[in-house]
Design a protein around this ligand. Structure first.
Ligand SMILES: C[S@@+](CC[C@H](N)C(=O)[O-])C[C@H]1O[C@@H](n2cnc3c(N)ncnc32)[C@H](O)[C@@H]1O
Length: 505
């Protein structure tokens, strides 16, 4: 057996049980080998996998390293960062999707009739989405259309989010993941792909979905992808059910990562408080140090509804870990909170290109990644630990009305990239207090170092502004903090956390 197979068998066993004997690994591999030699073979991989090995009589015991977060080796990190530089749906996943289309339709995946039906399903789905009507996944083509149009960006998007979870020290060497409203398994595919690429960590994945058609796609795609990536991810049979009507016994417990990806906005019949009740109820299944991910599309309606839902979940006792920082220790008012992240476009898939043909790119090429997300925790862990020190000379953003047309000092988190253009730069900022949106504005006429002072900072980073000019923007009922040549801009480095755009991996 090759070293790669040995490591795959090791990951598989480590995923299935917290502790096992080396002789079990030997048996699992179906080969007689000296235990000494096998121990020597696996030793170099133990750290990356978060495992320990200790002698026990004439055998060894392999166990999970207690506590510690998943660490990623330098080579794995480089591979993942290179993937984010030129993101695309990996070829093995594209081929799985194409084969599934062929199995469902009994025709080549790019047969004109198949493409035509998929195109119609995509147009119908987009139209229902924008009319805020419920999208149905009862028939085959809406799910094939979803795989063609939505799934590629959501897959890479979740890789960004999962990478943040890992970078912020919130991932364990072995994770139990529950994906609610999994569709065709987009989140599990992202986890499988990322862990396969970085070559460390393992997971077991549970999923809930109510659409039979989506589940059929899931069963065709997810286990095969896990196999293609060396089985570091153990895929449990997905649970068919309605996430609003799950009994406690239906779900696993001690979940490390619970994911709601593009699903809460589909619960249109529930108001914000009922959605928050649902998430808070399901959080009962979370491990004490587990993380909840909520992610929704970045458009104004969905993004704002998502922030209101996250606020309501926090009111039910969970802590917002990121991206928001409540640096004055106050609860925020999310009624007008529109904040999202943007990442590099993905490369169109073969399927998108065939659907678009020569003239329909604007309809069927869906490559930009913009999303609103939040991480929530049961413990009180937050990304940034900074709080405005008592007596510090900073104004709260909720008090800007008092400081109109004056220069003031404020401290706030950066909650967008540049929303303006290359001349006038505009960044959303928030300190957890304001009801009106507030923007830091770099005027087109500003020269000198302040022009680029906010570039290179990460979404959510906290920044001090000394001597920014307050202007009220009547058209938008918003405030601008105008950066002047004399304004001092200082990113806050957090003791015990990351600051200044640093992520820990
Ligand atoms: C937009 S898709 C998102 C799929 C996947 N999470 C992603 O990010 O690509 C929403 C999924 O949630 C499922 N869904 C919506 N309401 C649900 C419910 N009450 N119970 C279970 N699944 C639900 C839908 O069937 C659909 O597959």
């Amino acid at each position: 057996m090759s070293e790669r197979d040995t490591v795959a068998a090791l990951k598989r066993l480590a995923g299935a049980k917290p502790e096992f004997r080396l002789s079990e690994l030997e048996k699992d591999m179906g080969e007689e080998e000296s235990l000494e030699r096998l121990a020597g073979e696996i030793r170099p991989h133990l750290d990356d996998l978060g495992l320990t090995l200790r002698p026990a009589g004439d055998d060894y015991v392999i166990g999970r390293r207690p506590g510690g977060a998943l660490t990623v080796g330098a080579a794995g990190r480089e591979r993942q960062l290179a993937f984010f530089e030129r993101p695309e749906v990996p070829d093995y996943i594209q081929r799985l999707v194409e084969s599934y289309i062929e199995k469902k339709t009994a025709k080549p995946w790019d047969d004109p009739v198949v493409l035509d039906r998929m195109a119609n399903a995509i147009l119908a789905q987009k139209s229902r989405y924008w009319k805020e009507q419920r999208v149905s996944y009862r028939k085959a083509y809406p799910v094939l259309g979803y795989l063609a149009y939505h799934a590629p960006v959501y897959l890479v998007q979740f890789e960004h989010i999962f990478w943040q979870v890992i970078s912020r020290g919130l991932a364990k060497p072995h994770m139990r993941i529950l994906d609610l409203g999994t569709g065709p398994g987009v989140v599990p595919l992202a986890v499988i792909d990322l862990l396969g690429r970085i070559g460390s960590g393992s997971a077991e994945v549970y999923a809930v979905e109510r659409s039979e058609e989506h589940l059929e796609a899931y069963n065709a795609l997810v286990p095969a992808a896990a196999g293609a990536q060396g089985n570091a991810v153990q895929v449990h049979k997905p649970i068919r059910g309605d996430i609003e009507a799950l009994a406690a016994g239906d779900l696993p417990d001690r979940i490390d990562l619970m994911v709601f990806s593009n699903v809460l906005n589909e619960l249109r019949h529930l108001d914000i408080d009922r959605r928050a009740d649902l998430v808070a109820g399901l959080a009962e299944r979370l491990a004490p140090d587990g993380t909840i991910v909520v992610v929704e599309p970045a458009d104004l309606a969905n993004s704002t509804a998502m922030r209101r839902t996250v606020r309501a979940i926090a009111d039910r006792g969970l802590a917002v870990h990121s991206p928001c920082s409540f640096i004055w220790g106050t609860a925020c008012n999310p009624e007008r909170c529109w904040t999202f992240e943007q990442k590099s476009n993905i490369r169109p898939t073969r399927l998108m290109e065939r659907l678009a043909g020569e003239t329909n790119a604007y309809r069927f090429i869906n490559v930009d990644i913009k999303y609103s997300s939040a991480l929530l925790r049961k413990d009180a862990k937050t990304q940034h630990t900074y709080r405005v020190p008592p007596g510090a000379k900073f104004a709260r953003l909720s008090h800007l009305r008092r400081h109109r047309d004056k220069k003031i000092n404020v401290v706030a988190a950066l909650m967008s990239g540049n929303l303006g253009n290359s001349r006038t730069k505009v960044y959303k900022v928030c300190d957890g207090t304001p009801a009106n949106p507030v923007y830091a504005v770099i005027p087109a006429t500003l020269r000198g170092t302040n022009r680029d002072a906010l570039e290179g900072l990460a979404y959510g980073d906290i920044v001090r502004f000394y001597g920014a000019l307050v202007r009220f923007n009547r058209d938008h009922d918003a405030y601008n903090l105008v950066v002047l040549p004399g304004t001092r801009i200082e990113p806050v480095g957090c003791p015990g956390g990351e600051g200044g755009g640093m992520e820990r991996v």
